[in-house]
Design a protein around this ligand. Sequence first.
Ligand code: ISL
Ligand code: CA
Length: 552
Amino acid sequence: MKKIWWKESVIYQIYPRSFNDSNKDGIGDLKGIIDKLDYLKELGVDILWLSPVFQSPNDDNGYDISDYCAIMDEFGTMENFDNLLSGAHQRGLKILMDLVVNHSSDEHYWFQESRKSKDNPYRNYYHWRPEKNNWKSFFAGDAWEYDPLTEEYYLHLFSRKQPDLNWENPEVRKEIFNLMRFWLDKGVDGFRMDVIPLISKYTDFPDGDTSDFNKLIKERYANGPRVHEYLQEMHREVLQHYDIMTVGEGPGITAELANLYVGQDRGELNMIFHFGHMFMSQGEGGRFDIVEQDFLEFKRVFTEWDQVIQDGGWINIFLDNHDFPRLVSRWGDDGLYRKPSAKLLATLLLTMRGTPCIYQGTEIGMTNVQFPSINDYRDVEIMNFFKEHMAKGGTEAAFLQAVYVNGRDNVRTPVQWDNSKHAGFSEVEPWIKVNPNYPEINVADALQDRDSIFHFYKNMLKYRKENLCLVYGDFADTTPENRQVFSYLRWDEKDRFFIILNFSEEEIPLQQYLPEGEFWKLEICNYKNRQEVKLQAWEARVYKSLQQTQIR
Ligand code: ISL
Ligand code: CA
């Protein structure tokens, strides 16, 4: 397998609005990130992915961009950005920018022009149609908005303030390649590409089966006819000329299709984020149609997607991000067993094959939040679905129950830095409330406590660096049918690892799981007081085989 830095790195995702506020306006900003670079260096991550920091009216917190080559006023200035980039580079940290080019803001100059008249030179920058089809927006309602000015509809797969760019138009592609060069020439280290499989549209806009949203994504929105042509053109024109990395966000990409995007010789992307395990809690109605997650299915996703790497591609490993609930609330136990279960999930994240990504606050075990009123929420997705839910005669209480499980604001509350007012995030009321559990869960305490989740992450990150078998080695699930335990082998020519994770509160007799005929040395465990023969609630262990050394 080809060895390269972006496979061996670990990414840390920063959602700048909620990271750290330096100028007391309640909104995180670039200087706030600079102030925490030493903290991130100490943690031991390699690459910082910044969710969008560009000029934006913030209908979708920066995922609606009105100027791709300017910094959002609330986040600071271009000078601040340059300082952030050089401060990161001085510490050996790389910076990934969020490239959001499936759509722009409706306040972007291109769209302002585009809507003016049917013969405006920018008209074809977007998808205008005299009639709409039955496509639905990711954020509730129709994917088409009528504009009375020219009496046509424009396509917006996300909010109505996020019109989809028309990649069929070579001018659009040229503009996008130029703005990419603008950032790369500054020295940024790559891009995370927002909803990249959605950029090529079926331009006859065929109706779809709207009864199952995830099916609609796969059948109508993602993997359009020209997507690989566009990505190869982007690679040829831009990417190949820089030593950078790219990671595509991949809604609608199945494991079977993945290597068309990330296959070694494709000249497209380095890796993708897949959603195999992310959509598991969503029913046919989408995000707020909550269904039970199946543990066997969860495990199966890892085996299914590891095949992509076996077949020559590469993927990202993540268990939460700014769009999905906190991992400890979702797959662990955010009550009594928060600490061991958060460490267990850290073990999973950092012993899988692929490039791991840690979302801000996850390194201290931050949890989901349950705000009492819909007025405490900010996310455009939550707000739009709330309106739809109420229009159908639903109740706020019922809707909030779904938000508590799957709402994106669960992960967008401010990072909890210490136990002072507003969790040390800001000195004034933040744009979204802090999670009330900040007196118990915060960075200051985690740094003090040698046994904290933070220190566990730090150790695991170091351990992964020292054991490249955990990066490149083969993977095999040894108990795919077990409903409590996730256990797997990782191996290469030199080393063998056995990882065992007890995803339950019950004690598990250990002996039956350890593969026979090898001497297993315990390397890492999330409990200090261990029992020889059994695993305690949410216990996680990493063993290394001594067989090779013994034989030699
Ligand atoms: O949250 C989802 C479904 O309810 C995901 O499918 C998500 O919307 C999708 O993966 C796209 O996410 C990305 O693009 C959006 C933005 O709101 C998200 O924050 C971003 O990660 C539009 O730019
Ligand atoms: Ca600020």
